[in-house]
Write a protein that binds this ligand. Structure first.
Ligand code: GLP
Length: 279
C-alpha cells in the first residue's frame, strides 16, 4: 500500500498486551484501552483513503466508532492543508446499515438515524459531501428496492477496500442478526429484541421506540471487502468476543464468518479481551 499522507506511519504506536496461550481463530491486535484502539483504527482509515488504488471505505456506526471518528478528525485536521484537500477529493465511503423509518439529519429534533450520526461524526467535521458518505435511505418508499439499489451501488463502485466493523452483543456485524449465513446479501432485516435493547439509548432509552427493521449490507458484501478491521472495546463485549475468537464459524454468531476472510484483524482493548487475556 503506498502512503499518500506524509504524517501517517500505519504502525500501531501502542504495544500489544499479552494474550493467553490458546490458539485464537482470528488475527488479533490487543491494545491497552479504547483510546489506543481508536488511534489504531483512525490511522488505518487514513492510510486506506490514501492507498493507491483508493477503494471505497466501508464504515460502521455505534458507540465504539465515536472515539475512532473523533481521532480521525483530529488526525486529518493536523495534516497540511494540501493533504486535507487531497483527502476530501479522494473520499468515498459506504456505511453498513440504516434503520428503516428513522428521520435523517434535516430533522435535527430526531437525529437518531445513522445518516445523522455520520453527518455529525464525519461529514460535517471533515467537510465531506452527502454523495461521498453513502448510506442506505431508511425513508425509501420500498425498503427492499432500496436495499437492492444500495447493494448494486457498492458493487458498481468496485466493492469495499477497508471495511470497518463493530460487534453486536449477539454477534451481529452490520445488522446481520443471528441466524445468518455467509451468503446473505444487502437486504431488509428485522431487528432482534436484544439489538433494539442495545441501541435504545439513541431512542430515549425505549426499546419499543427503536426501529424494528433496518437495511444492511450482508455478509456477502462484507466478506468481499479487501481488508476487514473488527473493532471491539469495553467489558460488555467480553463474552461475545471470547466466543468469536474460540468457536468455529456458525450462523448463530454472524461475525464468526469473518474467520474465512484472508485479511481480517480484530483490534480490541483489554476490557473487551478480559475473558482471553493473561491474568
Ligand atoms: C449496531 C450497528 C453495528 C454496530 C454494533 C455495535 O447495532 N448496526 O454496525 O457496530 O451495533 O454497536 P456499539 O458500538 O454501540 O456497541
Amino acid at each position: 500500500m503506498t502512503e499518500f499522507f506524509s504524517t501517517i506511519t500505519g504502525v500501531p504506536r501502542c504495544a500489544p498486551i499479552p494474550v493467553g496461550p490458546e490458539r485464537l481463530r482470528l488475527p488479533l491486535l490487543p491494545l491497552e484501552d479504547a483510546a489506543a484502539v481508536a488511534r489504531h483504527g483512525a490511522e488505518e482509515l487514513l492510510a486506506a483513503v490514501g492507498a493507491d488504488p483508493a477503494w471505497p471505505l466501508g464504515l460502521a456506526t455505534g458507540r465504539t466508532m465515536e472515539p475512532l471518528y473523533a481521532e480521525l478528525v483530529r488526525l486529518v485536521r493536523a495534516l497540511p492543508r494540501r493533504e486535507q484537500q487531497g483527502l476530501r477529493q479522494r473520499w468515498l465511503s459506504f456505511n453498513l446499515d440504516e434503520y428503516v423509518g428513522a428521520p435523517g439529519p434535516s430533522r435535527c429534533e430526531q437525529a437518531q438515524s445513522f445518516r445523522a450520526f455520520m453527518a455529525a461524526q464525519l461529514m460535517e467535521p471533515l467537510q465531506l459531501t452527502a454523495d461521498q458518505v453513502c448510506l442506505p435511505h431508511g425513508l425509501a418508499l420500498d425498503p427492499q428496492v432500496e436495499a437492492e439499489r444500495y447493494g448494486a451501488a457498492v458493487a458498481a463502485a468496485g466493492g469495499i477496500g477497508l471495511q470497518l466493523l463493530g460487534l453486536g452483543l449477539n454477534g451481529h456485524v452490520g445488522f446481520n442478526e443471528p441466524p445468518c449465513g455467509p451468503e446473505a446479501a444487502c437486504r431488509v432485516v428485522n431487528l432482534s429484541a436484544s439489538t433494539r435493547r442495545q441501541n435504545a439509548a439513541a431512542f430515549g432509552g425505549d426499546p419499543a421506540a427503536t426501529p424494528a427493521q433496518a437495511i444492511t449490507l450482508g455478509l456477502a458484501e462484507i466478506l468481499a471487502a479487501r481488508r476487514i478491521l473488527l473493532v471491539v472495546t469495553g467489558a460488555s463485549k467480553a463474552a461475545v468476543l471470547a466466543r468469536l475468537l474460540r468457536d468455529p464459524p456458525s450462523a448463530a454468531l454472524p461475525a464468526s464468518w469473518l474467520q474465512g476472510h484472508p485479511a481480517v484483524t480484530v483490534v480490541a482493548d483489554r476490557a473487551a479481551l478480559s475473558a482471553v487475556i493473561l491474568p
